[in-house]
Design a protein around this ligand. Structure first.
Ligand SMILES: *[C@@H]1O[C@H](CO)[C@@H](O)[C@H](O)[C@H]1NC(C)=O
Length: 122
Protein backbone atom coordinates (compact mmCIF):
# COMPACT_ATOMS: atom_id res chain seq x y z
CA UNK A 1 0.00 0.00 0.00
CA UNK A 2 2.73 2.42 0.98
CA UNK A 3 4.65 1.48 -2.13
CA UNK A 4 1.60 2.16 -4.32
CA UNK A 5 1.23 5.65 -2.88
CA UNK A 6 4.94 6.21 -3.34
CA UNK A 7 4.71 5.18 -7.00
CA UNK A 8 1.76 7.49 -7.61
CA UNK A 9 3.78 10.32 -6.09
CA UNK A 10 6.71 9.56 -8.39
CA UNK A 11 4.46 9.31 -11.44
CA UNK A 12 2.86 12.65 -10.59
CA UNK A 13 6.27 14.27 -10.20
CA UNK A 14 7.41 12.92 -13.55
CA UNK A 15 4.21 14.06 -15.22
CA UNK A 16 4.54 17.61 -13.88
CA UNK A 17 8.20 17.76 -14.83
CA UNK A 18 7.43 16.50 -18.35
CA UNK A 19 4.78 19.15 -19.04
CA UNK A 20 6.54 21.57 -21.35
CA UNK A 21 7.30 24.97 -19.93
CA UNK A 22 6.17 26.46 -23.23
CA UNK A 23 2.57 25.36 -22.66
CA UNK A 24 0.48 28.50 -22.91
CA UNK A 25 -1.81 28.99 -19.94
CA UNK A 26 -5.31 30.36 -20.47
CA UNK A 27 -6.18 34.00 -20.65
CA UNK A 28 -5.34 34.84 -24.26
CA UNK A 29 -7.76 37.29 -25.79
CA UNK A 30 -8.05 38.55 -29.33
CA UNK A 31 -6.67 42.04 -29.85
CA UNK A 32 -9.82 43.98 -30.69
CA UNK A 33 -8.32 47.10 -32.20
CA UNK A 34 -5.50 45.95 -34.40
CA UNK A 35 -4.96 49.48 -35.75
CA UNK A 36 -3.91 50.67 -32.28
CA UNK A 37 -0.60 52.48 -32.91
CA UNK A 38 1.03 50.67 -29.99
CA UNK A 39 0.20 47.26 -31.49
CA UNK A 40 1.52 48.34 -34.89
CA UNK A 41 4.67 49.65 -33.24
CA UNK A 42 5.19 46.32 -31.48
CA UNK A 43 4.92 44.55 -34.83
CA UNK A 44 7.42 46.89 -36.41
CA UNK A 45 9.75 46.40 -33.48
CA UNK A 46 9.46 42.59 -33.77
CA UNK A 47 10.44 42.74 -37.46
CA UNK A 48 13.41 45.01 -36.62
CA UNK A 49 14.57 42.65 -33.89
CA UNK A 50 14.20 39.70 -36.24
CA UNK A 51 16.25 41.49 -38.89
CA UNK A 52 19.16 41.77 -36.45
CA UNK A 53 19.52 37.99 -36.46
CA UNK A 54 17.70 36.86 -39.59
CA UNK A 55 19.25 37.39 -43.01
CA UNK A 56 16.00 38.00 -44.88
CA UNK A 57 15.86 41.76 -44.21
CA UNK A 58 12.09 42.03 -43.96
CA UNK A 59 10.21 45.27 -44.38
CA UNK A 60 7.36 45.72 -41.92
CA UNK A 61 3.96 46.45 -43.48
CA UNK A 62 1.37 46.00 -40.77
CA UNK A 63 0.10 43.83 -37.96
CA UNK A 64 -2.96 42.05 -39.33
CA UNK A 65 -4.25 40.30 -36.22
CA UNK A 66 -3.16 39.05 -32.86
CA UNK A 67 -3.84 37.87 -29.36
CA UNK A 68 -2.68 39.14 -26.03
CA UNK A 69 -2.32 37.69 -22.56
CA UNK A 70 -1.89 39.70 -19.40
CA UNK A 71 0.95 38.24 -17.35
CA UNK A 72 3.58 40.20 -15.46
CA UNK A 73 3.36 42.54 -18.42
CA UNK A 74 1.65 41.50 -21.64
CA UNK A 75 2.43 38.59 -23.95
CA UNK A 76 1.59 39.25 -27.58
CA UNK A 77 1.07 36.80 -30.39
CA UNK A 78 1.01 38.82 -33.59
CA UNK A 79 0.45 38.00 -37.25
CA UNK A 80 2.50 40.45 -39.26
CA UNK A 81 2.46 41.27 -42.93
CA UNK A 82 6.00 41.97 -44.08
CA UNK A 83 7.66 42.35 -47.44
CA UNK A 84 10.62 40.30 -48.51
CA UNK A 85 13.58 41.73 -50.39
CA UNK A 86 12.25 40.70 -53.78
CA UNK A 87 8.94 42.42 -53.03
CA UNK A 88 6.64 39.56 -52.17
CA UNK A 89 4.54 39.69 -49.04
CA UNK A 90 4.50 37.08 -46.33
CA UNK A 91 2.62 36.65 -43.10
CA UNK A 92 4.88 36.14 -40.14
CA UNK A 93 4.10 35.14 -36.60
CA UNK A 94 5.82 36.90 -33.71
CA UNK A 95 5.58 36.13 -30.02
CA UNK A 96 6.82 38.82 -27.70
CA UNK A 97 6.61 39.99 -24.14
CA UNK A 98 6.38 43.60 -23.06
CA UNK A 99 6.77 44.10 -19.34
CA UNK A 100 6.07 47.82 -19.31
CA UNK A 101 4.22 49.41 -22.23
CA UNK A 102 5.84 52.79 -21.51
CA UNK A 103 9.37 51.37 -21.68
CA UNK A 104 10.50 49.79 -24.99
CA UNK A 105 13.56 48.38 -23.21
CA UNK A 106 11.32 45.88 -21.45
CA UNK A 107 10.34 44.18 -24.72
CA UNK A 108 11.53 40.68 -25.50
CA UNK A 109 11.07 38.92 -28.80
CA UNK A 110 10.33 35.32 -27.90
CA UNK A 111 9.89 33.83 -31.34
CA UNK A 112 9.53 34.88 -34.94
CA UNK A 113 8.38 32.48 -37.57
CA UNK A 114 10.03 33.45 -40.81
CA UNK A 115 8.07 31.09 -43.01
CA UNK A 116 4.70 31.84 -44.50
CA UNK A 117 2.10 30.89 -41.99
CA UNK A 118 -1.41 29.80 -42.80
CA UNK A 119 -3.90 31.58 -40.58
CA UNK A 120 -6.71 29.52 -39.15
CA UNK A 121 -9.59 31.35 -37.59
CA UNK A 122 -8.04 34.72 -36.93
C1 LIG B 1 -8.63 51.88 -32.95
O1 LIG B 1 -7.50 52.66 -32.63
C2 LIG B 1 -7.31 53.77 -33.48
C3 LIG B 1 -6.03 54.43 -33.08
O2 LIG B 1 -5.92 54.65 -31.71
C4 LIG B 1 -8.50 54.70 -33.35
O3 LIG B 1 -8.34 55.80 -34.21
C5 LIG B 1 -9.78 53.95 -33.71
O4 LIG B 1 -10.88 54.78 -33.49
C6 LIG B 1 -9.89 52.69 -32.88
N1 LIG B 1 -11.02 51.91 -33.36
C7 LIG B 1 -11.90 51.35 -32.55
C8 LIG B 1 -12.97 50.55 -33.20
O5 LIG B 1 -11.86 51.49 -31.32
Amino acid sequence: MKIAIFLVAIATTIYVAATPATAIPGGWSKIKNITDPHIQELGEWAVMEHNKVGNDNLKFQKVVSGKQQIVNGVNYYLFIDAMQLEGSHGTYRAVLLEEDSSNPNTRKLISFNSKNWVMHGY
